[in-house]
Design a protein around this ligand. Structure first.
Ligand code: URA
Length: 209
């Protein structure tokens, strides 16, 4: 599978263009993020394995495809990851859910773990890590390090926007983890914001500043 997939479906691109606009309300931003996450989830789960199950329709019996294996795991990187998580859970209500919390050490500027609670048996689950913004890649790389330490093997990373710097950092640290995004933007600015971007995703979805 390729390392970077840009989900260029017209509905995704249209909704993203509205979300980028600075005057979209908190409620509007949240609703669009939920809608877009359903469409992104469709793409990121394309490789889930199927098995045949014998079922009975009103007319006859048949072998019908159903999802195989353990339920997948969704891991939200706090706090902005929760905006993507909510929509995906509507599509895959049986998914197991985990949370990873990281903060940036003001001296070393490195991500430090403050919370990690993840489902059991990650080694047997497709594990999808969600965070809307892949900027420097530092927190994504750290979160995936933590998940691999806890057994995850079959990982995907799902974001709304990616910066080339973050994609490269992920490619070097975790070349086995495919990235799915709605857009590869131009660059990071001096404060680590994605340009043109959409601003601070957490602030925009929760109405904080
Ligand atoms: N996090 C955000 O919320 N926005 C950016 O542009 C970069 C990181």
């Amino acid at each position: 599978m390729q390392h970077l997939t840009i989900v260029d479906h017209p509905l995704v691109q249209h909704k993203l263009s509205i979300m980028r606009q600075k005057d979209v309300s908190t409620a509007g931003f949240r609703r669009l993020l939920r809608e877009i996450s359903l469409l992104l989830a469709y793409e990121v789960t394309r490789e889930l394995e199927l098995t045949m199950m014998r079922i009975e329709t009103p007319l006859t019996e048949m072998d019908a495809p159903t999802l195989e294996g353990k339920k997948l795991a969704l891991i939200s990187i706090l706090r902005a990851g929760n905006g993507l998580l909510d929509g995906i859970l509507e599509l895959i209500p049986g998914a197991r859910v985990g949370f990873v919390g990281l903060y940036r050490d003001p001296e070393t500027l490195k991500p430090v773990e403050y919370y990690c609670k993840v489902p059991k048996e990650l080694d047997a689950r497709m594990t999808i890590v969600v965070d809307p913004m892949l900027a420097t890649g530092n927190s994504s790389v750290a979160a995936i390090d933590m998940l691999k330490e806890r057994g995850a093997k079959n990982l995907r990373f799902l974001c709304l926007l990616a910066a080339p710097e973050g994609v490269e950092r992920m490619r070097q640290a975790h070349p086995d983890v495919p990235i799915f995004t709605a857009s590869l933007d131009e660059r990071l600015d001096d404060h680590g914001y994605i340009v043109p971007g959409l601003g601070d995703a957490g602030d925009r979805m929760f109405g904080t500043k």
